[in-house]
Design a protein around this ligand. Sequence first.
Ligand code: ADP
Ligand code: MG
Length: 700
Amino acid sequence: MSELTEIFGELVFNKNVMRDKLPHSTFERLTDTIFNGKPLDSSIAEEVAHAMKEWAISKGATHFTHWFQPQRGGTAEKHDSFIDYSDSGNIIERFSSKQLIQSEPDASSFPSGGIRSTFEARGYTAWDPTSPAFLIETGKNKTLVIPSVFLSWKGDVLDLKTPFLRSMRSLNDSCIRLQRALGHKTATKVIVNCGPEQEYFIVSKDLYATRPDLQVCGRTLFGAVPAKGQQMEDHYFGAIHEKIIKFMERLDHELYRRGIPAKTRHNEVSPNQFELAPLFEEANLAIDHNLQIMNVLKGVADEHNLVVLLHEKPFAGLNGSGKHVNWSIGDNTGTNYLEPSSSPQKNLNFLMTLAAMMLGIDKFGGLLRAVVADAGNDHRLGANEAPPAIMSMYLGDYLTNLIHQIQNLSKINEETLADISMGVRNLPRISKDYSDRNRTSPIAFTGNKFEFRAVGSSQNPSEAITLLNQLCTYGYYILERRLSAMKGKDIKESAMLLLKKVFKETERIRFEGNSYGKEWHHHSHELGLPNAPDTPTALPAFTEPESIELMEKTRVLSEREVRSKVDIKLETYIKTIEIEHKMAVNIARTMILPAITKQITLTGKAASALRQSNIISAEIEKDLAMFESLYNEIKTKTKNLENSIARAYSEKDTLKVALYFGKKGAKALAELRSAVDKAEELISDEFWPMTKYQKLLTIF
Ligand code: ADP
Ligand code: MG
């Protein structure tokens, strides 16, 4: 065996381990739950818990934890030891089915957007048997990790996994209904596959230690753009530095042990920016794996004296980091509906799925923007960087022509249907071609999947994937309803007639040009496409009546849950900005102004030494005056920023506080930053208190 196959998944309670450790009938029933979506048969839970515990202990585990995805982002866990008293009072290791299935973390400090007031009962976590348990190494010992959902005692959603799992259910229903309406009989279960591409920056741990802004906020609040940034375009796909290769090798090794199929690794556009992409997997697993990837990235970097930055915009003036979420849908027969084929039936599924996504994006573009909105991602979306905040779809020349051909069909018969199917069939050769790509589009069709590029690098991809599922559900639902109203015709002809209409109706969201350009901003505005520049303006899309209807009809969130989600997002946004602004004030006062004072002292000494020799140096006197005025400018702008924090909190409600922070607050920070960045280029290196971009961006 190669090293890869030997270590792959050694930390996972996967199918092979289950087959090995469980009685055959228990194994069958458990896999029925995992792979066929059957409800968990609680009578087998005791055996599963026992097998899991034995396996974990044999691997060195001492503790177990339920692992869940709170709405504030990231993951959360609470460790419990296996330790217990036996009936005779001795110490033993125990793990019961009850502990496997349900646990009560002390949840009062997780955000719940007002759903659960502090005096109310706590939330609980519950095992998600469709994602395998695994081991994490905590110091010398290991911990058995049980992927879980997180709910309040009343059953309200407190996490991001529950809505995702719910979205799969309604997508399944609408998909199978449409399949039946089209006369397709083989599909019984829908499968969504995802491959999230993860971008990140790396800096040296020592240099990171000189930057309180990076440490506290994850991004630099100050820093002049370096002489050599990304303008040489020499980093993208460039040779990877040896030190980074060593880090990446270790990273891949650790991911393989966790059963995470890391596939590609390469340099990205900015200096010190990299990307990792896994093989695609079933979406639930892909999400859980992406969350693990973000943790493992940080841990392995630490061992190499490096720090991984997952923030969307660690450095001004350089490209930010995103998470391109590749999404495709198919069924139990192994068919990918987004894969063009030689079968006319499959090609009809292909066109129907395209149309469903067009209907969804056309109706819910604002919501799709809102779902990826947060303080970090605001530096990418709507800030002249990839991708824009206007949600449009890119199909490439070939597919666009084909769609036009369908839109312009004057009659539909056997011959035209065969023609269209032949057109779809020829697509793969074309769309796999790299030149037929548009890197500026937020939602691009790339051969056999959609690539949604607006997700932030630090975000849990779950929310975006959940919404893509819902948009597809909505589209399938509309198509099925309209199709069943078109009585009397041959179903294939009806379907093509319907596609022709839908392609026409949703034309405005398809855009093949440069999505960053001014022309598209103007034109998309005329077309009525939403374009929210920041989080506070994007979030209200969640509570539009049609969004709430979508959430309720797809049974993903109740209205109460939607409103609590928006509260949490607003609160998180406000806290993030407040911390950034307070940090900027603090750094300016305690690090920047003292550095300028030192410079003034030095230059002042030089000026007075010269004066004593009866030399009046006009240039040195000018410098002295300039440093003094720079000091005053930074002092004033620091005060302004500080005042704007207080001013923001005088607003009446949270949305207004957020809006103030987003506009006036951001402006006050930008003004302070510009003065500080000017100072950085004037003050002596020996006095400047923080490592500069140029050095931060060369690790070695
Ligand atoms: P590109 O972005 O150039 O198309 P790849 O084809 O390597 O690059 O795919 C990038 C990501 O898309 C990978 O994480 C991969 O797993 C994922 N991916 C590929 N095919 C699919 C698919 N059918 N469904 C979902 N994700 C996919
Ligand atoms: Mg890609």
